[in-house]
Structure formats: structure tokens, C-alpha cells
Design a protein around this ligand. Structure first.
Ligand SMILES: Cc1cc2nc3c(=O)[nH]c(=O)nc-3n(C[C@H](O)[C@H](O)[C@H](O)COP(=O)(O)O)c2cc1C
Length: 474
């Protein structure tokens, strides 16, 4: 089998690959593998792969914009990626946006206000106590006379200050005084990014409604360092900014209550050990985010996962199947219930109160009992049964037969079936190949969707729900 050295590829192709990899949260090598696999599959299916569509410039809007252009206040933080912010100015302008730059004191160690003004064709701002701009409260103008604030690079320090509500320089004062949407493009050393303080601050900012893009995985400016921490590419940030400036999309699930379960459950053996499974929770979280974006009032009940809570969603964290059922019942009534969690089928009856000890006398005997069947319990409710109940069938063999049997046995309306055998990489991975089985009278209708990212599966499922949920309510 031939091998491919990515380093030797053309620069433009490498850049495109890095962007795709970053967008999909994969390493460049994994991205190449996925592209080759998809290309092979498409060829087998006789279809051509669709290139991702470039984002068109925003149509000029009247009323709120200076010179009819949407305005962006770009705050450049003091990180090594500040040099990329200069390219970002160009990319934002290419997309028809008017850009005004603010540089922190630290940013000026990396790029000059002169370069930012020359590229933006605008005065650049650096000082909170600048008499020339503060005679008419310049920081408030910079905070409000725009449609979007972009922070790139968003340093660990800037995010910590934002999360705490500091306002001791121009950048933080603008960020505190604004009522405009904020897009952060974090960039820092991977250890800084993974530091518990940064994780807390980012989670808080997301809860506060701030949107983040990246950071990407890759090589760091520091020699011999790699990991997650590279600022997203200027094109990615500019596209995300454009997306945030677009008129709000239709929200077909407005007024609908949607309940989603996600992740594994942990069934205790003793205070330190448990039975678990490999579910990452990514698919359920993606559905929760997609349903929220479609306007639904979303409650997500999640087993233990390593994912940030989606913005705008009520999240209940649980451990065991019994806790999950309790929270599900407490969340009723809902219009739609989607059971994407990989709930453990069994739990230990004789759970140890103390840590089980290794003894010379032999192995501990774990007696198992069945866990409550959450999907079947809710699907068979007489009162408060959600009008649309959707289950997931994760199977490693006989996918369709098992999924059809599950649809009949559980009493739900739809089953989303996916093959989770190890070779698919679905468990814990970012892509999914699903089949939607729905009851049509006595018949079962089956739709097989192409391989998609879990986010795309979520959007497609939510669109399908929206089309059905029009006429249903709890
Ligand atoms: C050479 C150098 C590179 C730095 N790169 C980063 C970086 O990429 N990300 C980051 O969060 N901080 C970085 N720092 C630390 C910030 O500059 C420092 O935390 C500063 O206070 C940030 O100020 P600001 O958030 O007001 O821009 C770097 C510092 C130095 C000296």
C-alpha cells in the first residue's frame, strides 16, 4: 500500500487540509484518512463528493450600519497569534464588513496599532483613558456601535478577566459594556488551554452566551510543542463572524419542549468502581445544540461525559440509569423525547458500601440485575407520553433486524439506528452513519443517511422532527 507524506503536499492543499481538520476536530492525518475513505465510498456509490461551499459576503444591510456595512469591533489580545489578526482584518473586509481594531497593551508587543489601522483603514484604539476618544465615552461607542465583537487572539488572561467581569483596560471595558454578540478565538499554549482555570473560564463564558471558535490542534509557535491551542485560521474566524451576522434563521421548534438523554451511565460496583460503556455523549449533545438552535426549550440529561454543556440548554448531570430515569420523569411533559444515551442494561445488586478488597479467598461475586428501561418506560406512559418518542439503537451486528425489533418492542415512534462496531469509529468519534426507522401504520419506513458528522446528523434529525412536530404538542 502506498504511503503519503503530508509535509510534501502543496502549501495551498496543506492549508485547506488544516482548515478541514480543525473544523472537524481531527488531526490532519485523520482528516486525510476520512477524505480518502469518503472518496472511496462516494466512488462506490457513484456520486461525487460535494466541496464545502464558500461563505458569500454578507448582503449590504440598511439602517444599523455605517456606510451600510455591518461593523465589527476586533479586539486583538496579546498572544503570539496576534500576527494572524492582521490577516483576519483583511478577511473580514473581504466579506464586506467594516472593521475597527482595539489592541491590548500586550498585543502591541506583537503587532503595531499602525499595521492594524493601515489594514482596517480606520483609527485603531488602545487606551481606555484616551482624552481624544473618551470625550464622548469612546469605549461605550466601541462596545455598541457595531453589530459584532470579535476577540482574536483571545488570550487566557482576557478570557479570565471577561469571566470575572473586569474592566481595567479598553478591551475589557468594551467587552463588559457591550450588548452585542461576542465571538472569541482563543489561542494559547496547550497547557494553558487545558488548565483548570481556563476550562472554568471558557465554560462560564459559554454559559454567558459568548460564542467560541477553536482553538485548533496543531503545532505551536514554541519549538517542539503541539496540541490544542492554535488560533483558528483567519478564514474560519471570518466565516464564523459572517454566520453570526446573518439574519436569524427560522426557528421551527420555537415553543416546543425537547428532552434529550446522552452519554453513558455509570453503575456502581463499590464507592470507587463502576460498570460503564464507551459512549462519548457527542451525538446527544449535538442534537441538544441543534434543537436549541431551532428554537426549542431543551433539557439535556447527561451521564458522565467530557463535554462542555451546550449554550442555552438546561443540563442535568446524572450517574446511573436510575438517576437518569428520575430526571427524565421530572422533565415531563415534553413534546419530543430523544433517548440517545447508552444506558447500562444491568447494575450490580450487591453494591459494596466499602471498596471491595482483593482477598486470598477468591473473586468477588457480582450479582447483576436489570436496569429500568428508560425508553420503554416513557414510550409506554399512559399520561404524559411525549407525542414523539425517539430511541437510538447502537448495534454491533444485524443492525436493521435489531433496530426493527427494538422499534416494535419499546413502543417508541422512531429509532435512529447506527452501527457502533469498533471498525466504524462511531463510539467516541465525530462521524456517524445512521438509518432512521419510523412507524407508518403497520409498516416501518427506513431512510439510510450518508456518513455525516455528528453535528450534521443532529441538524438533519432536528429538521425531520420539526417537520413532524408542527402538529404535535405536549
Ligand atoms: C512571547 C509571548 C507569547 C505569548 N503568547 C500567548 C498566547 O498565545 N496566549 C495567551 O493566552 N497568552 C500569551 N502570552 C501571555 C500574554 O501576553 C499575557 O497573559 C498578557 O497579560 C495578555 O494580555 P491581554 O490579555 O491583555 O492581551 C504570551 C506572552 C509572551 C511573552
Amino acid at each position: 500500500m502506498a504511503s503519503l507524506t503530508i509535509r510534501k503536499l502543496d502549501e495551498a492543499i496543506k492549508t485547506e487540509l488544516r482548515l478541514r481538520a480543525a473544523r472537524n476536530g481531527r488531526s490532519v492525518e485523520d482528516e486525510v484518512r476520512v477524505i480518502l475513505r469518503d472518496a472511496a465510498q462516494h466512488k462506490l456509490a457513484g456520486t461525487a463528493a460535494l466541496p464545502s461551499a464558500p461563505q458569500p459576503a454578507l448582503p449590504r444591510q440598511r439602517g444599523t450600519m455605517a456606510g451600510e456595512q455591518p461593523r465589527v469591533t476586533l479586539i486583538i489580545g496579546g498572544g503570539i497569534a496576534a500576527y494572524k489578526a492582521l490577516d483576519l482584518i483583511r478577511r473580514l473586509k473581504e466579506r464586506g464588513l467594516h472593521v475597527r481594531c482595539v489592541l491590548t497593551r500586550a498585543a502591541q508587543q506583537f503587532v503595531t496599532p499602525l499595521a492594524a489601522s493601515a489594514l482596517s483603514n480606520e483609527r485603531c484604539y488602545t487606551d481606555l483613558f484616551d482624552p481624544a476618544s473618551e470625550f464622548d465615552a469612546g469605549h461605550i461607542r466601541l462596545a455598541r456601535d457595531c453589530e459584532l465583537i470579535v476577540v482574536a487572539p483571545a488570550t487566557a488572561d482576557l478570557m479570565a478577566k471577561m469571566a470575572q467581569g473586569h474592566a481595567d483596560d479598553l478591551a475589557t471595558a468594551i467587552l463588559l459594556a457591550t450588548n452585542r454578540p461576542i465571538l472569541l478565538a482563543p489561542a494559547m499554549n496547550p497547557l494553558m488551554w487545558n488548565n483548570a482555570a481556563t476550562r472554568r473560564n471558557v465554560a462560564q463564558l459559554i454559559r454567558d452566551g459568548v460564542v467560541t471558535i477553536g482553538p485548533n490542534a496543531g503545532e505551536m509557535a514554541e519549538a517542539n510543542e503541539a496540541g490544542v491551542g492554535r488560533m483558528s485560521e483567519p478564514i474560519e474566524i471570518a466565516d464564523a463572524a459572517l454566520q453570526m451576522l446573518r439574519p436569524p434563521q427560522p426557528r421551527p421548534l420555537t415553543g416546543k419542549r425537547v428532552l434529550i438523554t446522552a452519554g453513558p451511565t455509570h453503575e456502581p460496583i463499590d464507592p470507587v468502581r463502576y460498570i460503564a460503556n464507551r459512549s462519548s455523549g457527542k451525538q446527544g449533545f449535538a442534537i441538544a445544540a441543534a434543537a436549541q438552535a431551532a428554537g426549542a426549550d431543551v433539557t439535556l440529561i447527561s451521564g458522565p461525559v467530557d463535554l462542555d454543556d451546550p449554550a442555552g440548554v438546561t443540563v442535568k448531570h446524572v450517574e446511573s440509569a436510575r438517576d437518569m430515569l428520575q430526571q427524565v420523569e421530572a422533565a415531563l411533559p415534553v413534546d419530543v423525547a430523544i433517548f440517545a444515551a447508552a444506558v447500562a442494561d444491568w447494575r450490580v445488586v450487591n453494591e459494596g458500601v466499602q471498596k471491595l478488597k482483593k482477598t486470598a479467598g477468591g473473586l468477588p461475586q457480582l450479582e447483576l440485575t436489570e436496569n429500568p428501561d428508560i425508553l420503554a418506560t416513557i414510550a409506554r406512559l399512559r399520561e404524559r407520553r411525549p407525542p414523539l418518542v425517539i430511541g437510538f439503537a447502537a448495534e454491533t451486528e444485524h443492525l436493521m433486524d435489531n433496530a426493527k425489533a427494538k422499534l416494535a418492542r419499546k413502543g417508541c415512534d422512531w429509532i435512529v439506528a447506527n452501527d457502533v462496531s469498533p471498525a466504524t469509529g462511531v463510539m467516541g468519534g465525530d462521524r456517524n452513519t445512521v438509518h432512521l426507522l419510523s412507524k407508518q401504520g403497520d409498516e416501518v419506513r427506513i431512510e439510510s443517511w450518508p456518513v455525516m458528522s455528528k453535528d450534521e446528523v443532529a441538524v438533519a434529525l432536528v429538521e425531520r422532527i420539526a417537520a413532524t412536530a408542527k402538529d404535535t404538542s405536549a
